[in-house]
Design a protein around this ligand. Sequence first.
Ligand SMILES: [Fe+2]
Length: 341
Amino acid sequence: MSKTWKICCVAAAIALAFIILVMILFIPAKGPYDDTDCWNQFEDFDISSLDTVEVTGEEFKILQLTDLHYWMPHKAKATDNVVKTLVEQNQPDMIVITGDSVFGPANLVYVPHIIDLMESFEIPWAIVYGNHDSEGKADKFWMGEKYEEAEHCLYHNGPYNIGGTGNYVVNLTKDGEPFYSLVMMDSNMYMEYDGKQEYACFELGQVSWYEYMITNLQANGYDKSMMFFHIPLVEYGVAYDEWEKGGFDESTGFGEKREEECNSPCNTGMFGMIKKLGSTTHTFCGHDHVNNYSVEYDGVVLSYGLKSSSQFYHDDDMIGGTLITIDAERNVEIEHKYIEA
Ligand SMILES: [Fe+2]
């Protein structure tokens, strides 16, 4: 082979590798969506369209994981181990992941990784998006298709026209009777506010959809619900301040605030709707990696989950998962389970 031919071959190989790298890093992976899946508030409510999980034991244990932030290859195994240890030690009946599961261009790689990990436990699991999940190559519909295909995953894209992706409800039954509803919602990503980028809030369509779902669930015997989403409501900070003013009364809260709440500057009235309908007893979010407080405010418990990995900013002594136990009388206990990452 002549020297010139060799140089040409090497140059072609480098060019090909560069093109593949650009494709991997920058060409978006868009998933399919059904733009006819529109919510219409005047349509009849079909409870049979919602997934149901039967409570078989005396209590139902939900493990909340949040802000796994899979993106650094050398930390993936340690993150897997945190999750595996939490599941092994707490034997949950279900897992709910409240957003920022993946981060950056690597979402294309780590969404299938998370699915494999979750499916290995062979229990129902649900997931909502955070502000970071879809910042990489894969959009929410690409990830949504993968989650919807996973055997034990309860995720649904939800209605196309209310705001966000992945708004859906999972009902819990006990002896076939309504027990609790779990409302999963996409708290969206960012918005323009006063010339700056700020965190988003629920869209008005999502608040209306929540009202429609809860009102109809109540009419079908589901009188209690809890919500899972990523970005805290504005009321979290208000609740903490009141708790602090009251001397951190242990009967109404626990946990710590180590950073200012990074909520949206806007409030579209989700908490007001929660109060009006009287169904949602607890809300669980993530987002602020070093806040883990859980405080009762105006009759509703507003709770942070414990950050579940050492990827992205974190405090080493604030890593683990949050165990939510609903007993047969539907009392709810919340415990943070700490793991050394
Ligand atoms: Fe996060």
